[in-house]
Design a protein. Structure first.
Length: 333
């Protein structure tokens, strides 16, 4: 799989998705083909990538990844801390090994096998039995094979909110609204375009990592609402990533999204995943998302240059059947 096919017909809006036939209602299933593995990455047309390359004016590279070892105490309890061993076959040689590696423990991209919707299943109706280690469906290797490159745009919501006298309260798990995203873009004089790789800076990394504030398991992030899902789908963005724990606010206790039918009926116990935007974005819409992207240096450059668009690449690990991966993301300005 070397490049995405061009989309030859207009895509339905999020509102129109809700009017699709019952078995695909509210989903993008089949719109990119029933065997599609790339979802929103189909928006990375070759002409968009060529035009994004023209944004490279200085030739400066800005790393967007935290170290794999950034969190000695895991942010999500079940994701442990890596053990890195350096050894040598003799005194003139070194090799290394990493054990206990959780690919989503630091800066990451989630594959489309990360979440299923409890009532609807995995993206494109993929058989859950096919989602195991080493199998291809929806695995992160699809992204590694296609590659990510295109126009990155930064929405520095943290700085916008500071500027307008409403700084984000990092301890409250605040929900960032569509209105805030749009106001930030307008304040930055940025017009969002189809195919954009949208990076949202909430200030989480600056607060909890750079200023070393103890993290109590509460993170600001995108509001869990139909309006947010509509904004992300209708914008035809290729990928959306943020500098926080889950892209969306965490935990999802103030979600405006309804629980799954199975949860309402009691067939599935409610959990920390109830009400998550992940359940809409990944399995229903096929939108690739990223978390814990380090956007602070990029934000400084954007502010100095008064420019919020740049060339961006990301290349996840080529792990067949991988669920998530370090993002290996780079802005080139
Ligand atoms: C959460 O579940 C909080 O986020 P993710 O698994 O996508 O890292």
């Amino acid at each position: 799989m070397s490049s995405s096919p061009a989309i030859t017909r207009p895509l339905p809006s999020y509102r129109q998705l809700q009017l699709r036939p019952r078995d695909v209602r509210g989903t993008s299933w089949g719109l990119f083909g029933w065997d599609d593995q790339l979802g929103s990455l189909n928006h990375l047309h070759p002409d968009r990538i060529r035009s994004a390359a023209r944004l490279i004016t200085e030739g400066r590279r800005i790393n967007l990844n935290l170290p794999l070892t950034a969190f000695s105490k895991p942010l999500i309890a079940h994701r442990g801390h890596i053990h890195h061993e350096v050894f040598g076959l003799n005194e003139f040689h070194r090799d290394d090994r990493i054990d206990n590696f959780f690919p989503q423990a630091s800066t990451q991209i989630d594959s489309l096998r990360h979440f299923a919707h409890p009532d609807r299943g995995f993206y494109n109706g993929t058989d859950p039995a096919s989602i195991t280690a080493g199998t291809a469906p929806l695995g992160i290797q699809n992204v590694a094979e296609a590659g990510i490159a295109g126009r990155g745009v930064l929405l520095d919501v943290a700085r916008y909110r500071q500027w307008c006298g409403r700084p984000i309260d990092q301890d409250r798990g605040e929900q960032i609204s569509v209105a805030d995203l749009e106001a930030t873009a307008q304040w930055q004089n940025l017009t969002l375009e189809p195919g954009d790789i949208v990076l949202i800076r909430t200030g989480w990394i600056e607060h909890f990592v750079r200023h070393n504030v103890p993290y109590a398991g509460i993170s600001c992030g995108l509001e869990q609402s139909g309006e947010m899902a509509a904004w992300l789908w209708d914008g035809q963005f290729s990928l959306v990533a943020a500098d926080n724990v889950a892209l969306e606010a965490w935990p999802a206790t103030n979600s405006q999204l309804p629980p799954a039918r199975a949860e309402v009926k009691g067939a599935l116990p409610r959990s920390s995943h109830t009400g998550m935007l992940h359940r809409i974005l990944i399995p229903l819409l096929g939108i690739y998302i990223g978390e814990l992207w380090d956007l602070d240096e990029l934000a400084r450059w954007c502010q100095c240059a008064s420019r919020y668009a740049f060339f961006l690449t990301a290349e996840p690990l080529h792990v067949r059947g991988g669920v998530g991966s370090p993002a290996n993301a780079l802005a080139i300005v």
